[in-house]
Ligand binder design. Sequence first.
Ligand code: GDP
Length: 417
Amino acid sequence: NGAVRVNMSNVDSPLQIFVRAKKKINDIFVEIDDYVKDAVTFMHAVTGENGIATPQDLANVEAYVSKVQAIREVLKRDHMKVAFFGRTSNGKSTVINAMLHDKILPSGIGHTTNCFLQVEGSDTDESFLRTEGSEEKLNVQSVSQLGHALCATRLQECSLVHVYWPRELCALLRDDVVLVDSPGVDVTPNLDEWIDKYCLDADVFVLVANAESTLMVTEKNFFHKVSTKISQPNIFILNNRWDASASEPEYLDQVRTQHANRCVDFLSRELRVCSPKEAEERIFFISAKEALLTRMREREKPVSSPILAEGHQVRYFEFVDFERKFEECISKSAVRTKFAQHSRRGKNIAAEVMAALEQIYNTASDQKAAKVEKQRILHEQLSAIEEQLTTITRQMKDKINRMVESVEHKVSLTLSQ
Ligand code: GDP
């Protein structure tokens, strides 16, 4: 579709922490898979008539094959998930597009996302939509088409629409980041349901706030709920539309300090998800619209309104700084939450299969010892018989000798008469 491929190298990206860990744990599970299959082959050889293992022993070891397979399937699908929240029109879709270096999600007034949009990598060159619970793929080539498709599909509020986009077009998607855009927190009161359905496995939350106003109660409430359900959620706050500050440069520092203090206070004292110092590293003043424009230009995509407001470079650097801190946070968090569990399971499986093999080994050893003992007893019995035979033969010999002597004696007596 004529799209520009991302060929920038991202070996330095902090996302590689996750990418490398995923590769490593996948390799380990390939080995565990081989090990379990070898164990099954061995068990087959020692089960059956006169065998040492029972069919139940064999079935127990065989069950690990599907367990390992299931974990490998989950591992393949494991990703890093970031969810964006904030009031409608704060710029959530624009932030996501800027991070993906392309206009993927429709943004602006007219597009009402009362559903969740989950952007993830597609392994083919196609881009398509799929609603949760349906197998039907809806091909999309462009943003406007995506907008139309979203309107055309009769979506229930609070439903999830997967947007698959070719991995090769976006570095984030290639590295297994999944981005979730939400309906504005002001649109629906079903915050609890949202959190349970779409957020419990999110590694990072991004609150897209409007730098032209203060944090709203609805925005704060949402995160209060999140922090009751998830222990220590990773939250970033983007004060978007910071380009508006260019028109009032005399108040810039003052407004920024005020916003920053309120955000630090919210994260550290109200939510208690981090210390004030850590909170300072989680708050950014950006312009998603400018960042997207800059990136579209870099990729030589046609864009309108080429004039950017004073200070756009500084805002762009801050956006890049946000991305780096975000990448570091999400990859570390995902490795911890996702892979720690898999590696524990892997260790347990290896130990359990080993215990099963050990048991077979012990049974075999016991049987061997029993056979040796049987032979020893048999040997003893034979020796006793041998001894008895020797005694009997000796006695017989004596008896015969004596008989012969007596006969000889009797004969000589008879002869001498
Ligand atoms: P959402 O409803 O939170 O997803 O918001 P959108 O991303 O759809 O943005 C709503 C409108 O705000 C769009 O017209 C955007 O172009 C505009 N917008 C987004 N970010 C910025 C920004 O940083 N500065 C300015 N001036 N406008 C922005």
